[in-house]
Ligand binder design. Structure first.
Ligand code: KG4
Ligand code: ZN
Length: 356
């Protein structure tokens, strides 16, 4: 069957076509992404109103391009999957309204998709042997969640961030280091360039005795450390931090993030038993985090699986993949489908199957 996946929850408008064969083999035929990063970078973060308007301008063209590059016609579509939660409400509504109209006019099922679950689903096309159960850690710009994934549509959330998301912390600390939004990839490169000794002490984001995180405390400690260092070096507001200090700070912060997430992964594998470890979401593109979790997986003798880097950030292919499994589980929506800023909102409205 051919599934169209539509994503518009934040600052990427994306449409993808996924072919699912009878035996369950998944092939991404196209995955077109129109990013708004340059626009939002001017403001140092995503401006919701601008994001909604940009989605509206891009969604038709992105979808047409997805069909063109896949060599498919609209009439080949068997189902339309769309992100309906969580995310920016105005942004989500653009994708939801577009998907509703398309599914209705084509007379095919409409499948609502949870964006966070879809991040984890991005691993399936490249790893046909992976089957739940697995430990899924989704680290993005808005979420940091730890799941025991017991089935393709059953996600038991065993931990997560109590405040900021890891990606948000990367972006805030990166900005203080003079990097452009979003700062994750540049932080990654800065850390790779550093071969000195880390001297800045920063707290772990792991909330002991749980599988939870607090990135807010770590973020504040890093911002304060940067401020103190600037004072010590007598820098004015316009002076950039010297390269070596900048790289040391980025490394201290990244080590704290990766150390905390690795600790939680290790504890969860100890408690829930050995199963594959899956890392997904925008921050899963981070090479240092990948290495740290790969070491945890090796120690537990379990496979470590990540999506390819082009499927870590927001994209329509992951929505189509999760949409396929939700479709098989019988999840459907009609023209009354709404968009929800939070997972809880969508669950309360009965949009998805219960979590467990
Ligand atoms: O999953 P995503 O594309 O959007 C949300 O659903 O939030 O994640 C975006 C986040 C941004 O905060 C960005 O800075 C971060 O992913 N990111 C990274 C890297 N690449 C992207 N963070 C750390 N290291 C990277 N290499
Ligand atoms: Zn995302």
């Amino acid at each position: 069957m051919l599934i169209l996946g539509i994503e518009s929850s934040c600052d990427e408008t994306s449409a993808a076509l996924l072919e699912a064969s009878e035996d369950g083999k998944l092939t991404v035929l196209s995955n077109v992404i129109a990013t708004q990063i340059e626009t939002h970078a001017l403001y140092g973060g995503v401006v919701p109103e601008i994001a909604s308007r940009a989605h509206l301008e891009a969604v038709s063209a992105v979808t047409e391009e997805a069909y063109r590059t896949a060599g498919k016609a609209l009439s080949d579509t068997d189902a339309v999957a769309v992100t309906c939660a969580p995310g920016l409400i105005g942004a989500l509504l653009v994708g939801v309204c577009f998907a509703k109209s398309l599914a209705f006019s084509l007379g095919v099922p409409l499948v609502p998709v949870n964006h966070i679950r879809a991040h984890a689903a991005a691993v399936y096309p490249g790893n046909p042997d992976l089957k739940p159960p697995y430990l899924g850690i989704v680290v993005s710009g808005s979420h940091t969640s730890v799941y025991r994934v017991t089935d393709y549509t059953s996600f038991e959330e065993i931990g997560g961030s109590r405040d900021d998301a890891a990606g948000e912390a990367f972006d805030k600390v990166g900005r203080r280091l003079g990097l452009a939004y979003p700062c994750g990839a540049d932080m990654d490169a800065l850390v790779a360039s550093f071969d000195g000794k880390v001297t800045t002490p920063l707290p772990s984001p792991h909330v002991k005795g749980s599988y939870d995180f607090s990135f807010s405390g770590l973020k504040t400690a890093a911002v304060n450390a940067i401020h103190n260092l600037r004072q010590k070096l007598s820098l004015t507001d316009d002076d950039p931090l010297p390269e070596l200090e900048r790289a040391e700070m980025a490394t201290a912060f990244t080590n704290a993030v990766t150390g905390g997430i690795a600790e939680v992964a290790s504890l969860a594998l100890d408690e829930y038993g050995n199963m594959p470890l899956v890392l997904a979401g925008g921050v899963a593109a981070n090479s240092h985090l990948r290495r740290a979790l790969s070491t945890v997986a090796d120690k537990h003798g379990v496979p470590f699986i990540c999506p390819p880097k082009n499927l870590c950030g927001d994209n329509g292919a992951m929505i189509a993949v999760q949409g396929f499994y939700e479709f098989l589980a019988g999840v459907r929506a009609d023209e009354s489908l709404n968009a929800y800023a939070s997972e809880e909102g969508a669950e309360a409205a009965g949009v998805f199957l219960p979590k467990n």
